[in-house]
Ligand binder design. Structure first.
Ligand SMILES: [Fe+2]
Length: 221
C-alpha cells in the first residue's frame, strides 16, 4: 500500500449522498487476498460500500431466496447468517466485482457474501435512512426478544452454548412445550443426543412464532 495519506480524499463525504454518520457508523475493511465474509444479511437499514483499494467480489441474492436458511448467533444482533446454501448456486444470485472508485448499495434484507480478490480496502456505512420502516422496527423488537429469551435460558442453564438449527416444524408454543416435556425425560441419554436436543430446543425458543407470542405477552403486561 502506498498513498495512505490520500485515503480520506477518496472516501466520499457521506452527507453528499444524503447519509449521516453520527460518528463511528462508518467502518474500514482492510483484508488480504482471500479474506471475506460468509453469507449473511445485515439486520438494519441498508449498506453503502465504497471500494478504495484492490478488488472485491460481492455475491448478492434478494430477500426470500429459496434454500437459504437464516440463523442467528446469540448476542450478535447485527447479522443474520445464512446456512445450508452456496449463494452462487442460487438462480437469482448476482456476482459483481468492485474496483477502486466503485460504490455498491446493498438494499435492506439482501443476502450477500464477500471475498477479497486482492489485498483490498473498502469503507462502508449502514444507514437507517430513509427513516426505519416497520420491517426494521419489527426486526429490532424480534432481536431484543430473542436476546432476552436466550439470556433467561442461559441463566437457567437450560442448555450449553446453543447452535441454531432451522426446523420450522418446531415453531409453535404447543410444540415447544412438548419438546420441553420430552427434554426433561432424557437426562440419561447420550451426550450427543442431548446436545442435538439442546440445539432444537434453542431453535424452538427463538423461532419467530415464539418470539411473536413473547412480544405479544410482554406488551400486554
Ligand atoms: Fe454485511
Amino acid at each position: 500500500m502506498s498513498h495512505n495519506k490520500d485515503l480520506h480524499h477518496i472516501i466520499p463525504p457521506w452527507e453528499e449522498l444524503g447519509l449521516f454518520d453520527s460518528g463511528g457508523d462508518s467502518c474500514l475493511w482492510w483484508g488480504s487476498r482471500g479474506a471475506g465474509t460468509k453469507l449473511h444479511q445485515d439486520s438494519h437499514g441498508f449498506n453503502v460500500v465504497c471500494q478504495i483499494y484492490g478488488k472485491k467480489e460481492w455475491t448478492l441474492a434478494p430477500p426470500g431466496s429459496h434454500g437459504i436458511k437464516p440463523t442467528r448467533c446469540p448476542y450478535e444482533p447485527s447479522t443474520v447468517w445464512g446456512r445450508n446454501i452456496n449463494i452462487s448456486d442460487l438462480e437469482d444470485a448476482l456476482t459483481i466485482e468492485l474496483v477502486p472508485g466503485d460504490m455498491l448499495i446493498v438494499p435492506p434484507g439482501w443476502w450477500h457474501s464477500v471475498i477479497s480478490l486482492t489485498e483490498a480496502i473498502s469503507v462502508n456505512i449502514w444507514s437507517p435512512c430513509p427513516p426505519p420502516s416497520s420491517h426494521d422496527s419489527d426486526a429490532t423488537e424480534t432481536e431484543v426478544a430473542t436476546r432476552i429469551l436466550t439470556k433467561l435460558c442461559s441463566e437457567a442453564r437450560l442448555f450449553p452454548v446453543p447452535i441454531v438449527e432451522e426446523e420450522c416444524e418446531l415453531g409453535s408454543i404447543e410444540k415447544l412445550s412438548q419438546l420441553i416435556k420430552r427434554d426433561k425425560k432424557i437426562s440419561d441419554e447420550s451426550k450427543v443426543e442431548k446436545i442435538e436436543k439442546d440445539h432444537r430446543f434453542f431453535h424452538a425458543l427463538t423461532h419467530p412464532s415464539v418470539i411473536k407470542e413473547f412480544l405479544k405477552a410482554y406488551k400486554e403486561l
